[in-house]
Design a binder for this molecule. Structure first.
Ligand code: G3P
Length: 220
């Protein structure tokens, strides 16, 4: 199960990558714009920080033919790039062509079971069902994620399920139970997932008990 960071912030990527847990990064126009400056420089920095990492880069063109060309250009930047394309019906024909060309796609903004099925049938590398944004319009994001996983299992599709737009520890835990192939999470959510109050409390207790032996104790 792959762990991606949903950020383009190289400082945070560098810090969290020290844990040895990071398999890659998912970027989008929003998180690249947040960094300011040249998106190309930001991407190059991320490539340097994660030489083996899978990096999702999203198309920014609107016209399908331009997206087709841009997708090829993004894929050429690095073997491990997944090209993100929004799951919009006007793009289905070029998604089909790009898959035929061997371009690894991460179809983003997937919000319905039908969209998920279409993308599985087009044999894309990855789909990104968005959990939090569905919850925010009063729908059940985790139920949709469960459906997307069941679809893959039921028909034996090879398309990977990348749980995206995750907001809480509970959502990530449920995504893991569902057997998603990957999750992408913010650096903040990574920290929340990694911490537990009983770990902190237990460490404080161990330190206090050890101190009771006095300062002259050697171990080993
Ligand atoms: O990378 C895509 C996705 O995880 C973004 O989610 O809803 O937090 O903008 P959101």
């Amino acid at each position: 199960m792959k762990l991606y960071l949903d950020t383009a912030d190289s400082v945070l990527i560098q810090e969290i990558n020290k844990t040895g847990l990071v398999d890659g990064v998912t970027t989008n126009p929003t998180n690249l714009a947040k960094q300011g400056g040249s998106p190309r420089d930001v991407i190059e920095k991320i490539f340097t920080l994660l030489p083996q990492g899978t990096i999702s880069l999203e198309v920014t063109e609107k016209d399908p033919e331009k997206i087709y060309t841009q997708a090829h250009a993004l894929a050429k930047l690095k073997d491990s790039v997944l090209v993100k394309i929004p799951c919009h019906s006007t793009y289905y024909p070029i998604i089909k062509r790009l898959v035929t060309d061997g371009i690894r796609l991460n179809i983003t903004l997937v919000f319905s079971l039908a969209q998920a099925l279409w993308m599985n049938k087009l044999d894309v590398h990855t789909i990104s069902p968005f959990v939090g944004r569905l919850d925010e319009i009063g729908q059940d994001g985790l139920a949709f994620l469960a459906d997307a996983c069941a679809l893959r299992n039921q028909y034996g599709f090879k398309t990977e399920v990348l749980a995206a737009s995750l907001r809480t520890v509970a959502q990530v835990e449920q995504a893991i139970r569902l057997g998603v192939d990957a999750i992408t999470i913010s650096p903040k959510l990574f920290r929340e997932l990694s911490a537990h109050e009983l770990t902190d409390k237990g460490m404080a207790q161990f330190t206090a008990d050890w101190s009771s032996l006095g300062s002259g104790i050697r171990f080993p």
